[in-house]
Design a protein around this ligand. Structure first.
Ligand SMILES: [Zn+2]
Ligand SMILES: [Zn+2]
Length: 196
């Protein structure tokens, strides 16, 4: 059976405390109902890693498909956002665009009880559940975005980084860049030692 394409359903129920929660009531619970649409929402705080992130309130584009299946609602999401960060070697600003796919089943609340009974509690946290009729994407978005961002972003794959002595960009000062290893202060000390 082909999924029924349901149009003009308002699945987005803005809630300041749960800005990424979708209201699935419009889909009903019969398997085979589908909703597709695009939402543009401000990014939450703390979305990213130490060196690279989606800035808070920057636009997160969510290309969404929600589909009712037997056990719940299957969410297929493509998250697109601009990222900013610092090069792990030279600390220059690094910009980019992130696009990450999420495919996740949010099971109906009744299924949570069934999973808990049949598979024990250890597996339960790996399954996401609807909260009543709400499908909250925030944790899925956070997990997927953090996983997709590089732990060590680079401004260029061959960035040479900074000089450990003076902090200059090694790419700018060139390969000849060196420091006189003969620190004049040692000269003074040597002189003193020599005079003894
Ligand atoms: Zn760099
Ligand atoms: Zn230097």
């Amino acid at each position: 059976m082909n999924p029924v394409m349901t149009r003009h359903l308002d699945v987005y129920a803005p809630d300041r405390r749960r800005p990424y929660a979708l209201d699935t009531r419009a889909l009903g619970r019969r398997p085979g109902t589908m909703w597709e649409g695009t939402l543009r929402l401000p990014a939450p705080a703390g979305l990213g890693r130490d060196l690279v992130r989606v800035p808070e309130s920057a636009e997160l584009q969510l290309d969404l498909r929600l589909e009712t299946v037997l056990d719940g609602v299957l969410a297929t999401v493509v998250v697109t956002a601009a990222t900013t960060g610092e090069c792990a070697r030279c600390l220059d600003e690094v910009g980019g665009t992130l696009s990450v796919d999420i495919v996740e089943l949010f099971s109906y609340p009744e299924q949570a009880d069934r999973y808990a009974r049949t598979s024990g509690e250890q597996n339960d946290e790996e399954v996401r559940h609807l909260d009543g009729d709400l499908l909250d994407l925030e944790q899925s978005i956070r997990d997927a975005v953090v996983l997709a961002l590089p732990a060590s972003p680079l401004c260029r794959p061959d960035c040479a980084g900074l000089c450990s002595r003076c902090g200059e960009h090694l790419d700018e000062v060139g390969p000849e860049h060196t420091h006189d290893e003969h620190d004049p202060r040692w000269g003074v000390l040597r002189g003193l030692v020599g005079e003894d």
